[in-house]
Each structure stands twice: as structure tokens, then as C-alpha cells.
Design a protein around this ligand. Structure first.
Ligand code: GDP
Ligand code: GDP
Length: 455
């Protein structure tokens, strides 16, 4: 039945789009210059992305949303590695490792005009070990005459090489069809949806904020012998830690501990590692060094977690070093720099002294509760009705756009679809979000609101 001018299938369609959970992740890996960035650009269909002429350019953005044949997925681009930091083999392996770790499927790009190199073989070993589905992209096959080059790559033992010209678009459709076959509908495995499974925490923050110190502190003697836990599949890089009587899975801790890979200046790796950890986690504990000014890098990390739609806790570390003056300025900085996450629970900790470690778990639980909150449609509409009556949208061009009804399309994080009689301005949307938060909680979680306008 039509609902205030919206057809039932229109409503359902909107819910379908807004209600998708976490997207499956596709990583694009391969040696430098094989055409990864070109391929990523081709897939996301935007020039926004990449292809840097200068080698060693640090890139912040490593994940993109993409769509093929009506299916959406996340793309992890590993084109931004820094050649100088490590030897070629080591750096390719390191970036591939992080990306593969975070991915549900992998596109392995090889330059067909060059053929398989030792570095390619090294990546193949990694791929085998990871056991993720792989689509082999034989790139730079710009025309039929180079198809034979692609066929040579059967030797890698990864199945059929897909001949592609990322530059001209040739063959990318067929390759993406293969990718969709390899890619699961949803990254179900990585989410703690299994009953009783441990919740997943990503401990993130820029280098030297104290991640490894905090991990050591909380792990202490509490490290759980994993074999004792029935039904847990363990990633070698994840660690089970018991806190507050509950076992948690800290994801990607190898990246924190094994910091030989992460020398100063290797910002790109840090970014990639952060993205990988966030993808695998339900909740991100973002560590900030409270003794220093909040930096652009801190904000980028926050943005990454917010955009990924994870539950978020902010931990201000090194609290033991703060004097009164610094505390004063920190509060001012938080107000101006972290406005966008004013809803995130906050703890002031010291990984060194152990200060307030016991507050970490309650904050994480609060954030996860907000992340999973579902508002029944009846309650939501009673709330919206009152809100709209008490605070109508400003009149524009003689008309008054009105929110007619709404529904929560999903959780983790909460997603709402509002149906309206006209364009709802950004300011009013923010107002609605603020009031939704006041009314229903949502501490520690981003919330998504999309608006459908009746034509
Ligand atoms: P990445 O380092 O793997 O990300 O490689 P890039 O995407 O930066 O590409 C490296 C170089 O190869 C660039 O000069 C691209 O224009 C070129 N390239 C990428 N794909 C193709 C292709 O399909 N055919 C040809 N002829 N050149 C390509
Ligand atoms: P990561 O790079 O984020 O893993 O940071 P680390 O755990 O290696 O810590 C970086 C430096 O900060 C080390 O010298 C730590 O001893 C120091 N540190 C970490 N947490 C604290 C803290 O709470 N208080 C103080 N005073 N120093 C800390």
C-alpha cells in the first residue's frame, strides 16, 4: 500500500539501499607499476583516486567504495607504498600482507608484458598462505596481440589469468564478473555475529601514541589461551585478551607489535594497517597522545573509523604527563577539533601507570550498545511526529518540506531512512540527528540518515 505518497516498493528499495551492512572488501595487490592504481581508478570510475607520477607519495586514502553489476564492495588500494622505506620485495610483501589480511577477496595484478617476476612469486606465496579467493589480473594486455602474454601467467598457479587493459578498460568487465563470484555477499566472517563470539577491537592511533604500551598493559597476565575457547578461529595477528571478565579479540595486534615494518616515515603502512584493523573490528579504540596537540593525522584516523561506520571510543593516553595548563588546552582542542565525534565515550588513561584502565571496558560496551541500538518504527515515528510539529522545517520558496515518516533500516551502525515531502536542508538534518541522539542514545556510534523525497 502507498504510504503518504510513497509506493511500497519505493520504500522497500530505499531500505534495501540504506540497510546494507558492512561491505565485503576487495584488495588490489601487486608490484609497483603493474597498474594497480590505474585499475582502481577504472573500477571506482573516478579520476579522484590515484596514479601519482612521483614515487613515494604518501597517500591517506586507501579504501574506496565501488560497485559492479549492482553489488557494492570496498576496494583497498595498495598503490601508495613507499619505495625508499624498505627493499622492493619487503615492501610489496608488507603492503600485500596488510591488504590481504583485511580482504575477503584479492585481485592480484601482474604486468603481462613483463611476465611473472620473483617478487610476483613471493606475493603468490603470501596469497596461498592466506587462503583468500584470488583473481589474477594480467594487466597491460592492450590488444589481442598481447593475449599470449596473459596466457604465460598460468604458470603462477592461480588459475586463469584475466587479460585486462586497466588503461583502456579492455577486459575489466569480465574480470569484475570473476571478482563478484569470488567475493562473499557480506563480510560475515569478520563480524562478531556468531553467538557468543568475542567482540573485535581495533586499537588504533598514530605512531607513538602508546598503542603497544596499552596493549601490553591490558594484556598483562590476562592473555587467554586460545585453544581453550571453543569455536574461535584465530588469526595469527589477532589476540584474545580478557578484560573485565570478558574475552575480547584485539585485531591486527601483530601490526602494533611488529613495528620493525613501521619505521618513521612509513605513514602509508600505518594508514593501511589502520584501515585493515578498522575493517576487521566492530569497535575502534582510538588512542590520542594527550600530551601533544591534536593533529591532522589524529583527525584522519577518527574520520577513517567514522566513515567505516564503527563503534568508537576515544582514549586520551599519557595522562600521567599532563599538567594543569596542558589539560586546559586539551579540553579546548577537543571542543574544536573533535566536534564531529562529540558523541564518542572518552577515557583519560595512562598506559604507563595503568590509570583508568578499568574504564576502558565500560566505554567499549557503551559504544557497542549504541552501535547495535534499534529503534522500533512506532517509537521512531511518534518521536518524528512530535519533533516535526514542535520544530517544523523552515519554509522555502513558499513551501514547507516535511518529514512524513521514517524507519531504521539497519544497525551496526544505526541507519535511518526518512521520507519527506521536499528537500530537507543539511542544517535540519543535523538537528534531527542531534535530537535522535538525545532521545535514543547512540553514544559511541556514527549514525547514517538518508532522506527520500517524494517527487
Ligand atoms: P601501480 O604502481 O601498480 O599503482 O601502477 P600505476 O597504476 O601507477 O601504473 C603504472 C604505469 O603503467 C602508468 O604509467 C600507467 O599509465 C601504466 N599502465 C597501467 N595500466 C596499463 C595498461 O593496461 N596498459 C598500458 N599500456 N599501460 C598501463
Ligand atoms: P605506539 O607507536 O602507538 O605503539 O606507541 P608505544 O606504545 O611504542 O609508545 C610510544 C612511547 O610513548 C614509548 O616511549 C612509551 O613508553 C611512551 N608511552 C606510552 N604510553 C605512555 C603513557 O601513558 N605515559 C607516558 N608517560 N609515556 C607513555
Amino acid at each position: 500500500a502507498a504510504q503518504e505518497g510513497f509506493e511500497a516498493d519505493e520504500v522497500e528499495g530505499a531500505l534495501g539501499e540504506a540497510g546494507h551492512g558492512p561491505l565485503p572488501v576487495l584488495a588490489v595487490v601487486g608490484r609497483p607499476n603493474v597498474g594497480k592504481s590505474t585499475l582502481v581508478n577504472r573500477i571506482i570510475g573516478r579520476r579522484e583516486a590515484v596514479v601519482e607520477d612521483r614515487p613515494g607519495v604518501t597517500r591517506d586514502r586507501v579504501t574506496y567504495e565501488a560497485e559492479w553489476a549492482g553489488r557494492r564492495f570496498k576496494l583497498v588500494d595498495t598503490g601508495g607504498w613507499e619505495q625508499d622505506v624498505l627493499g622492493i620485495d619487503a615492501s610489496v610483501a608488507a603492503q600485500a600482507e596488510y591488504a590481504i589480511e583485511a580482504a575477503d577477496a584479492v585481485v592480484f595484478v601482474v604486468d603481462a608484458t613483463v611476465g611473472a617476476t620473483d617478487t610476483d612469486e613471493a606475493v603468490v606465496k603470501l596469497l596461498r598462505r592466506a587462503g583468500k579467493p584470488v583473481v589474477l589480473c594480467a594487466n597491460k594486455v592492450d590488444g589481442p596481440s598481447s593475449e599470449a602474454d596473459a596466457a604465460m601467467l598460468w604458470s603462477l598457479g592461480l588459475g586463469e589469468p584475466m587479460p585486462v587493459s586497466a588503461l583502456h578498460g579492455r577486459g575489466t568487465g569480465d574480470m569484475l564478473d570473476e571478482v563478484l563470484k569470488a567475493l562473499p555477499e557480506a563480510p560475515a566472517q569478520r563480524f562478531g555475529t556468531t553467538v557468543g563470539g568475542p567482540r573485535r577491537i581495533a586499537l588504533i592511533g598514530r605512531p607513538n601514541v602508546g598503542k603497544s604500551s596499552l596493549l601490553n598493559k591490558v594484556a598483562g597476565e590476562e592473555r587467554v589461551v586460545v585453544n581453550e575457547l571453543a569455536g574461535t578461529t584465530r588469526d595469527p595477528v589477532d589476540e584474545m585478551i580478557e578484560l573485565g571478565g570478558v574475552t575480547w579479540k584485539f585485531v591486527d595486534t601483530a601490526g602494533i607489535r611488529k613495528r620493525v615494518h613501521l619505521q618513521e616515515g612509513a605513514d602509508y603502512y600505518a594508514s593501511l594497517r589502520t584501515a585493515a584493523a578498522v575493517e576487521k573490528a566492530e569497535v575502534a579504540v582510538i588512542l590520542i597522545d594527550a600530551s601533544e596537540s591534536i593533529s591532522v593525522q589524529d583527525q584522519r584516523i577518527v574520520t577513517m573509523a567514522v566513515e567505516a561506520g564503527r563503534a568508537i571510543v576515544i582514549a586520551y593516553n599519557k595522562w600521567d604527563t599532563l599538567d594543569e595548563e596542558r589539560r586546559y588546552y586539551l579540553e579546548r582542542e577537543i571542543e574544536t577539533e573533535f566536534q564531529q565525534i562529540a558523541w564518542a565515550p572518552r577515557v583519560n588513561v595512562s598506559a604507563q601507570t595503568g590509570r583508568h584502565m578499568e574504564k576502558l571496558v565500560p566505554a567499549i560496551e557503551t559504544a557497542l550498545a549504541g552501535w547495535e541500538t534499534r529503534v522500533p518504527t512506532g517509537r521512531l515515528n511518534a518521536f518524528l511526529g512530535e519533533l516535526v510539529a514542535a520544530h517544523p522545517h523552515p519554509i522555502r520558496g513558499g513551501k514547507q518540506p516535511r518529514i512524513l515518516f521514517g524507519t531504521q533500516a539497519g544497525t551496526k551502525p544505526p541507519r535511518f531512512v526518512l521520507f519527506a515531502s521536499g528537500f530537507i536542508e543539511a542544517g535540519y538534518r543535523r538537528f534531527v540527528e542531534r535530537r535522535l541522539r538525545e532521545e535514543f542514545g547512540f553514544d559511541g556510534t556514527p549514525i547514517h540518515i538518508s532522506v527520500r523525497v517524494r517527487e
